[in-house]
Design a protein around this ligand. Structure first.
Ligand code: NAD
Length: 510
């Protein structure tokens, strides 16, 4: 049996070991989840929401202790664990406690004239067992948000947290245990990508994956073998467009937080900044001054924590080297704080272009490359010149212009004079376009995406046959032809003649 080593990346301190799930345990988890689904789907929504309330209260009661543990696991500043991992999770739970009954209730759909006499509605049914596979950068939020959404919609869940942040995975397992879900309703399997693969091969009814685009493609290919639906929340290379008429202080502060929060390891981080010529020098100068003033390290009173994953730090160094080799200039940062931990200095660079990896691939570290533009159309073209489409931002005091530009950015989310913040609103759907993924969660979409949407038509059942059924006749043909013209032809108005024809056929079929 293999084990995962749990280590604090900000100190190197060992946090313990965790056994990886064996193939037999993955198989058993699927059997248990399937058995539990039969009962869980019958539990009334109000009762399912009762479990959510309990989970939310447990999380809030233990918030400080949890924030400390998430920070030990990831190296992030404790405020960020509280603000960006715990807060949005409980916010989403509370939102669904209030809104799930109206989101998931059956919806009456008015009948069309041609189908007169019947009734129709749409209902949302649970899908079965959902596999949630999550990453390490916001290991709490990005595990629990899909888990609770799937459970509320009546599914059972198997979660596989990231092997890079196993301590948080263990903590989540303990919290779910405390919330007292019935056996098999929600299970946590620890382990690396092999456990993830086994979980996919165990044929869940849906896979909700958050992670890199490269892994997302593999998961989608594996899921295609069995036509398992997938939802993919993948990487990003988010552009920030700053026009000359933007509030300069706000834009600089926005870039600073958007690029360096969580040490830049955010799927929606500001990864590319495009600044209009007229304010380029001023913007860069202020950004560098403020980046140098950020306090990097661990413990109280720090702004930027350590990176989490040694492999990611290597990618950051590779991207910087590639950029410098091709002519970029690093104005601040550009190196590790020390050799013992994974702290990396906030870095700003200029003289970048789209031939460089740093402008095309996800860097996922505390690095902000800044490039200039002259025309609005050029800014849009540069922003969209990317395989990714997760988030982006446009900065201008002219809101009409900002909205116009924002509407042309190819992404699933967009902010105006703000960064990343959409994900903090539980009612707003969240997800990406292009290689940033597919599907949406949060908001009403976040429950419907874990449901089968089923259309139901009910006839009172008192007629022997319907107008469209056998045997066919000339009169049927004429009636349908009249209806076609009246409803969908130039006039769009049912004529008396047409209605009489259809009415006659309708009563004839009784
Ligand atoms: P990753 O793709 O390396 O791993 C993610 C998860 O997938 C882990 O749990 C891993 O064990 C598992 N996994 C790996 N290979 C697998 C396979 N073949 N089959 C099944 N499971 C497999 O990603 P990561 O490094 O943990 O996370 C960082 C990435 O996640 C970044 O690209 C980031 O942008 C992205 N991300 C996206 C969002 C979003 O909402 N769009 C949010 C956070 C992170």
């Amino acid at each position: 049996m293999s084990t995962l080593e749990m280590v604090n990346p900000a100190t190197g301190e060992a946090l313990g070991q965790l056994a990886e799930a064996t193939p037999a345990e993955v198989g058993q988890a699927m059997i248990d989840a399937r058995e539990a689904f039969a009962q869980w789907r019958e539990v009334p929504l109000r009762e399912r929401l009762g479990y959510m309330k309990r989970l939310r209260e447990i999380i809030v009661d233990q918030a400080s202790e949890l924030a400390k543990k998430i920070s030990q696991d990831t190296g992030k500043v404790q405020l960020e664990s509280l603000m960006s991992d715990i807060y949005p999770t409980v916010g989403l739970i509370r939102y669904y406690e209030k809104k799930a009954p109206s989101i998931l209730k059956r919806k009456r759909v008015p009948m069309t004239i041609a189908l007169f006499g019947r009734f129709s509605h749409v209902e949302y049914r649970p899908m079965g067992v959902i596999a949630v596979i999550s990453p390490w950068n916001y290991p709490f939020q990005l595990s629990l948000a899909p888990v609770v959404s799937a459970l509320i919609a009546g599914n059972t869940v198997i979660l596989k947290p990231s092997e890079v942040s196993p301590f948080t995975g263990q903590v989540i397992g303990e919290l779910l245990e405390q919330a007292g879900f019935p056996k098999g309703v929600v299970q946590v399997l620890h382990g690396g990508k092999d456990v993830g693969k086994q979980l996919v091969e165990a044929r869940p009814d849906k896979i909700f994956f958050t992670g890199s685009s490269a892994t997302g493609k593999k998961i989608m290919a594996a899921a295609a073998e069995h036509l398992i639906p997938v939802e993919l929340e993948l990487g990003g290379k988010d552009p920030m467009i700053v026009f000359a008429d933007a509030d300069l202080d706000r834009a600089v502060n926005g870039a600073l937080w958007g690029g360096f929060t969580n040490a830049g390891q955010t799927c929606m981080a500001v990864e590319r900044v495009y600044v209009e010529d007229a304010i380029f020098e001023k913007f860069v100068q202020q950004l560098v001054v403020k980046a140098k003033a950020l306090r990097v390290g661990r413990g109280e009173g720090r702004d930027v924590g350590s990176m989490t994953y040694p492999h990611q730090l290597k990618i950051v160094e590779e991207h910087l080297k590639d950029a410098v080799d091709k002519g970029a200039r690093i104005l601040c940062g550009g190196r590790r704080l020390n050799e013992e931990t994974l702290h990396f200095e906030p870095t700003v660079l200029v003289d970048v272009d789209h031939s460089m990896r740093i402008m095309r691939e996800e860097t996922f570290g505390p690095v902000i490359p800044v490039m200039r533009f002259s025309l609005e159309s050029e800014a849009v073209q540069l922003a969209n010149d990317s395989p990714y489409g997760l988030n982006g931002s446009v900065w201008s005091k002219d809101l009409h212009k900002a909205r116009r530009v924002a509407s042309r950015i190819e992404s699933g989310n967009i902010c105006i004079n703000d960064v990343m913040i959409g994900i903090a609103h539980p009612a707003l759907p969240y997800g990406g376009n292009k290689e940033s993924g597919m599907g949406r969660y949060h908001g009403p979409e976040g429950l419907k995406s874990f449901s089968h949407t089923v259309s139901v038509v009910t006839s009172p059942g008192r007629k022997k046959r319907e107008i469209n059924w056998f045997p066919y006749s000339r009169d049927q043909y004429t009636a349908i032809s009249e209806l076609l013209k009246d409803l969908y032809g130039k006039s769009f108005r049912p004529s008396l003649k047409g209605l009489i024809k259809v009415g006659t056929e309708f009563f004839r079929s009784k």
